[in-house]
Design a protein around this ligand. Structure first.
Ligand SMILES: Cc1cc2nc3c(=O)[nH]c(=O)nc-3n(C[C@H](O)[C@H](O)[C@H](O)COP(=O)(O)O)c2cc1C
Length: 147
């Protein structure tokens, strides 16, 4: 059984919720799922996963949350060849750089040799019905990539 590992940063709960939505769908699809807050793990924990997922909000002026910066920096040094990755995030369209941290993590994953398994999903604040559908489709696409 494939292991999907989801690492998230969340201040007010929106990103944690979308991580849970994706995790639940992956479980329904028959995968083992581990969901951890980013300060409780090391980036190298992704080495034991088949599917590596980051869920992050965006802070400041298009910045990464402070608490995920170490994880972000360490990620680029990993060799995740043969694995599948995906990125999701919550932001606020009020800001100039909507969900910029999602794009930053995509670039970082691209350096690991992992294969992008699905288009990133960016959610405006808390997930609504349409977002939930997109997040579930994201999980299905990642799952299908495992073949
Ligand atoms: C001070 C501050 C700065 C923010 N900057 C951005 C930003 O640059 N881009 C963005 O998309 N969202 C920005 N946000 C919005 C958060 O990313 C958004 O509220 C998100 O849903 C928070 O996720 P969480 O509930 O998981 O903590 C900012 C929020 C705060 C409070």
């Amino acid at each position: 059984m494939a292991l999907a590992k989801i690492i998230y940063a969340s201040m007010t709960g929106n990103t944690e919720e979308i991580a849970d939505i994706v995790g639940q769908k992956l479980e329904e699809l028959g995968h083992d799922v581990e969901i951890d807050e980013c300060t409780t793990v090391d980036a190298s924990d992704f080495e034991g996963a088949d599917i590596a997922i980051v869920a992050t909000y965006t802070y400041g002026d298009g910045d990464l949350p402070d608490e995920i910066v170490d994880f972000y920096e360490d990620l680029a040094d990993l060799d995740l060849s043969g694995k599948i990755y995906g990125v999701i995030g919550s932001g606020d369209t009020f800001y100039d750089y909507f969900c910029k941290a999602v794009d930053d993590f995509e670039e970082q994953f691209a350096q690991t040799g992992a294969e992008k398994g699905a288009e990133s999903v960016k959610v405006d604040l808390a997930a609504e019905d349409e977002d939930i559908k997109k997040l579930e489709a994201f999980a299905e696409t990642l799952s299908a990539k495992l073949g």
